[in-house]
Design a protein around this ligand. Structure first.
Ligand SMILES: [Fe+2]
Length: 258
């Protein structure tokens, strides 16, 4: 019997985070939302992501008109302070500033003006895209007209909307027509590591798996607000769903650079 063959078959596949290279959703900009409260907490998370193998992080503080009325002007100084601390600590992790926009009428205005924080990613066809991370409210579905108008406004400006944690909206678990619409009209989707690790219950975990297995998901994100989310990534090191998804070619993580 060829034992080497048997060993290969039984050896569990594992996730190589260095293959993901970039995380594109996190709340590490200190003191601007419900993420890292200060520089020390933000640095600890950068260290944790580096230890997992990540090469870069897109930092995406919340932009919500009522709770977090952030703008490029309010976010840039806090981002720069973290960048300086990461440089001083000589951590080889690249940082980029973007944001996570709540889909609301004020967001539509920003999309129409084009004054948003986006990040650049090369898609599967080799085209460079300017990507804007957006989220729906957790309790109520956004009006379909607002979704359609926002997708249209984004594309008119040459922006590709990326939906944050598509698995975390309970109102889409049984009726996911809005996700179909998002996808049909050129929107991209992402899931959170913590959802796959079971942090929000079995229904959310199963929805994340379903979206990945359907071929809808371009990014697996930390959505790191604290070290618990870095540890959630670590918990996925042997996830068959993630291994299968990474092998499927859907991932666009390396579109930000290896
Ligand atoms: Fe987030």
């Amino acid at each position: 019997m060829k034992w080497s063959w048997l060993w290969k078959r039984e050896r569990p596949a594992s996730v190589r985070f260095s293959d993901l290279a970039w995380d594109v959703h996190s709340h590490l900009v200190p003191g601007v939302d419900d993420g890292a409260p200060d520089l020390e907490a933000a640095l600890e998370m950068v260290r944790g992501m580096h230890a997992l193998g990540y090469k870069g992080m897109v930092l995406t503080p919340h932009v919500m008109s009522d709770l977090y009325p952030n703008s490029p002007e309010t976010l840039r100084p806090a981002f720069d302070s973290l960048q300086a601390a990461v440089d001083q600590a000589q951590l080889p992790v690249k940082l980029k500033l973007a944001a996570e926009y709540l889909l609301e009428p004020e967001c539509l205005e920003l999309l129409q003006s084009g004054e948003l924080l986006a990040f650049t990613c090369v898609d599967q066809a080799g085209n460079e895209k300017e990507v804007v991370l957006m989220e729906f409210g957790f309790h109520h579905a956004p009006h379909e007209d607002l979704v359609k108008e926002s997708l249209f406004a984004a594309q008119t400006r040459g922006l590709t909307p990326l939906l944050a944690h598509c698995e975390r909206y309970p109102y889409l678990h049984k009726e996911d027509g809005l996700l179909e619409l998002w996808r049909e009209r050129g929107g991209w989707m992402s899931v959170n590591a913590a959802s796959l690790a079971g942090a929000y219950g079995p229904e959310t975990r199963d929805m994340a798996k379903k979206c990945m297995d359907r071929g809808w998901v371009s990014f697996l994100c930390s959505d790191a607000h604290g070290m618990r989310h870095v540890r959630a990534l670590e918990a996925l090191a042997t996830s068959k769903t993630v291994v299968r998804w990474m092998a499927s070619g859907q991932s666009l993580h390396r579109g930000l650079g290896a």
